[in-house]
Design a protein. Sequence first.
Lengths: 163, 575
Amino acid sequence: MQNLKPILEQYPDGKREYLIPILQEIQESEGYLSQKSVIEVGKYLNIPTSKIFGVATFYNQFRFEPQGKYHIQVCRGTACHVLGSSTVLHEMERILKIKAGSTSRDGMFSLEVVACIGACGLAPVININGEFHAKVTAASIQQILDQYKNTSPVDSEENQSNS
Amino acid sequence: MDFTIEINNEQVPVIRGELLLDALNRNGIKIPTLCHMKDRMPTGACRICVVENKTNGKLITSCSVPVEEGMHIDTQSSSVAEARKTIVELLLSNHPDDCLYCVRNKNCELQNLAEELHIDDRRIRGQKNDFHLDVSSTSIVRDPSKCILCGRCVSVCEDVMGVACIDFTYRGSKSIIGTTFGKGLNISSCINCGQCIMVCPTGALTEKNHFSEIQDALANKKKTVIVQYAPSITVSLAEEFGMEAGLDINGIMNAALRKLGFDYVFDTSFSADLTIMEESAELIQRVQKGGIFPMITSCCPGWVKYAEEFAPEFLPNLSSCKSPQQMMGAIIKSWFAEQNNLRSEDIYSVSIMPCTAKKFEAQREEMTSKGISDVDAVLTTREFARFIKLYGVDIHKLDPEITDSPLGARSTAGKLFGASGGVMEAAIRTAYFKLTGKELLKFQIKELRGFAGRKETIIDVDGLKLGIAVVNGIANAKKLLDEIREGRNDLHFIEVMACPGGCIGGGGQRIGASMDDLIARMKTLHQTDAKESIRVSHKNPEIIELYRVFLGEPLSHTSHHLLHTHYMERSDVLK
């Protein structure tokens, strides 16, 4: 975990209403909300960590695990849904043995569900580290993932977790 | 009464500002509730208390809407009935169908509502959730799949206990009451008080039961199984068998315990007297040698864990005395074992407590000696009642018996431990005598009795003015600690009990007890104190004997070894 001081210092009077902006900044800089960060924010704002976790899990935007080497976004927008993105997501979860919102144990892949990413013509679409994969089917997922397993990430520095 | 409103076509007098629910209840109309808690901020979360506002035809939650002039309310309209029924049907739609296997069977608010609202058909089938059972805690088991998200546990944990180790997490159909990061309760800041169990309408929160271990021990011929019971059990157990609240069935309980197969039956009130001997000596030592003030009691394991987590700077203030449960455990496995030629490993020591935190306390590392626990298993009042039923003991047909000697006699001071203010009263009686050589003229310290969250008084001990405070409900303790942190320095001795009213309102007591029941329990303890002759711990003949033959004197080397302990800061919990 990095030092949270520069972030917390921007909110010198430590009021409760700063909770969400603080969490957003931490996620921005760390990529996720670590246990230690949550504890430190709790101390700073004098809010029990259970409450912080309650607030953070209410919103889809917060992550509690570092992103994988490859971050997979599965689009669950309307067009993708109609063309079978729920099967894609389930197959993805099955192969990676993780649920959406978490990261595989080896740190290679993390999975996220997103609403429409504006590529409805390519539905069902997934995005892996910025690369789009069009018309994905349950059958094609293994092949796509294998592709990444065997290569180094395109822009590893940007996406690699700093845990 | 300030004005009238129309309820079901009748004019009904109401008080300005009161909640509609209170007005309805007072006027003989029962309204079902789930999330509602008396005297707590209404949340209106479950919506089961809806009534129809005839003026606009809308359904309103009576628990959260105050009465208004000109109100026309219908509590029996078809839309009210339909709404209530649908709410319960929806709650049942994802609820596990295992009532027969649930510890709250026949004592479940959801089950009762389903019956009252005539739910006889499975109209709505929902997806069952697959939340994991949390068995990580030594005291409390959480089954989120039985949770109906009423939020009562969250409210009591935060507002009454000041702990807030659980909250609503996630959203929508994935909502779950959980700890920080969804971790086990054991690494949360939970103090094991069990007040969440007391308010849970279903079986989502229960105590970790120690049934099978105790059954095994009772069946094991090589084990000598010894039981002790806390002062408040004798005045609350009767309710579990349909008898009146506050009835003291001490003698019948002794008989029942022997019928269950326990080899020796002891009263924890005896070791409460022992605690008083040690604790008052500690107070006097602090007075005479200039120790740390205020001294704070340490009998309540919920409070002790709270202090370790949230107020570690006060740990030196805590009395080093073990709680009565642990003192009894230690004496049983040392002196008593030796007297009866028993090896401590062949003794199985059970305690019956009004408390779930005692289960935690019993397994603390500091409460063991050479790897052997002072107390092996702890039963709550509820478990004890189930135990009696399981073994087919009809307590209505038992003749009263007395406890075993020599660890069975008690003073009424020890008995007072069961109610808020009791430890303090007992300690003051003995400290007063030890300091002045005279007994306190009037034994009762009325200022310290009752259910108020905080009680304070000054005791004049021959010119020495002792500032005394008694708090119950950790949130009240927290406020007092904050005052001390800010410089308050007129207090010498503080009693803290985690549960409202003290142990009579403990997290292991009967679920569903009313405030009147608690008052009755407290009254009985105070009556016992008024009518018996040995009213101070230092006059308990068996205590005097134990010091004579074994311990020497309070704070002796043996006492320190067996009866005192230390505390540790817990910075590693998720708080």
